[in-house]
Design a protein around this ligand. Structure first.
Ligand SMILES: NC(=O)c1ccc[n+]([C@@H]2O[C@H](COP(=O)([O-])OP(=O)(O)OC[C@H]3O[C@@H](n4cnc5c(N)ncnc54)[C@H](OP(=O)(O)O)[C@@H]3O)[C@@H](O)[C@H]2O)c1
Length: 359
């Protein structure tokens, strides 16, 4: 059930190190994508923004996620105004992203090249009313800019004091691993964090991305952890989900998984969304999930989920119902030394081999 987190320390003040860095962030990152009016048609109305931000900070939270493009720049403006009012810029760890800009029909307002990166950062700093960004992400891989150009431009922004740490979002594993290796050999800043879509209802990041993040010591800061509300119980068989922030349909597998989530939630007297979040924190303990919420009540639920411990039977049921095919090479060689059938059955039947699983 719900453990009592230390009563002296606010629940989000159990800070974690961000990947292979000394920067400390709260165990939940607050997603701010819904703040603003420009994307209201897909994101819904967000009228409690200030209350959500204040509740998050009161609970010890310090890690805010946004992007230059969210609500066409309004999101960063709202956060900039709020930080100015509260006088808490230095206390906050501000993460934003670039890859797609605001200028229409401008071939260089998209992509991860030096011109777009530097111009996007200049505009984000203005909207945020600050002179540095704590964590700058490539929003998504553009498959065109050379990796060296991205990493050297990151290096320049850090040297100029405009950015403190760099990161990738929505990018293939091979690109991030290569970028980090190049940075290491050139003496450029390493990749501190990665943001990808990962949840109980979508575990595809377990194929290549999560093992890569472990190996590179990059922080895993997933989005979509609630599957945009997929398993919360608000969608039932026969209903068409609203198309919001990415959710397009519920498959029969989603409904079956939701049934398991609902059953365990009832056993523990908590909500479905808390089970979904608790599964992630139990399954991938170092993860720093981004939570999106429209109301303070939703945020409070997420914070309480930090204290939920699922037992091995509950975890097994959730893992089995959400399992994915890992595909090649994992279905051929396993994900660890011991599980590799080639090693096990060809002359090594009677010895025990040490294993470092990457799961
Ligand atoms: N890097 C990227 O490409 C990328 C992409 C998307 C998002 N993000 C980041 O991730 C953040 C979260 O966005 P997301 O798409 O990942 O959303 P999410 O967290 O999976 O879902 C958020 C939505 O779930 C519903 N919800 C939240 N708490 C709930 C609760 N306790 N019970 C029931 N429903 C609940 C709310 O929708 P209702 O309106 O139904 O209440 C809320 O808007 C964004 O703000 C952004 O910072 C990054």
């Amino acid at each position: 059930m719900t453990d009592q987190l230390s009563s002296q320390v606010p629940p989000l003040a159990h800070y974690r190190l961000l990947g292979n860095s000394g920067l400390r962030v709260s165990p939940l990152c607050l997603g701010c994508m819904g703040y603003g009016k420009s994307w209201q048609d897909i994101m819904g109305e967000h009228v409690e923004n200030e209350a959500i931000l204040d509740t998050y900070v009161e609970a010890g939270g310090n890690f805010l996620d946004m992007a230059n493009k969210y609500n066409e720049g309004e999101t960063e403006e709202i956060i900039g105004e709020w930080m100015k009012k509260r006088g808490n810029r230095e206390r906050m760890v501000i993460a934003t992203k670039f890859s797609i800009g605001m200028r229409k029909n401008d071939p260089n307002a998209v992509g991860n090249h030096r011109k777009n990166m530097i111009s996007a950062v200049k505009d984000s700093l203005k909207r945020l009313q600050t002179d540095y960004i704590d964590l700058l992400y490539v929003h998504f891989w553009d498959f065109t800019t050379p990796i060296e150009e991205v990493m050297s431009s990151f290096h320049d922004l850090i040297s100029a004091g405009k950015v403190h740490y760099v990161a990738f979002s929505d990018t293939p594993a091979w690109v991030v691993a290569k970028a980090n290796t190049i940075a290491q050999f050139r003496g450029w800043p390493h990749v501190a964090a990665y943001q990808g879509r990962y949840s109980l209802s979508d575990r595809t990041m377990e194929r290549e991305l999560i093992p890569m993040l472990r190996s590179e010591k990059i922080a895993h800061v997933p989005w979509g952890v609630l599957g945009q509300g997929k398993l919360t119980g608000k969608y039932q068989r026969g209903m068409q989900p609203k198309i919001r922030g990415g959710i397009t349909q519920m498959t029969e597998k989603d409904f079956q998984l939701q049934d398991v989530v609902t059953d365990i939630a009832k056993q523990l007297n908590v909500s479905n969304s808390q089970i979904v979040l608790a599964w992630m924190l139990n399954h991938q303990p170092g993860t720093i999930p981004i939570v999106g919420c429209r109301t303070t009540a939703q945020l409070k639920e997420h914070i309480q989920a930090l204290g939920i411990r699922l037992n091995s039977e509950q975890m097994k049921r959730l893992n089995d119902a959400s399992a994915i095919e890992l595909g090649f090479p994992h279905d051929f060689i396993g994900q660890g030394f011991k599980q590799n059938p080639i090693i096990k059955y060809r002359g090594n039947e009677n010895i025990e081999l040490d294993d470092v699983p990457l799961q």
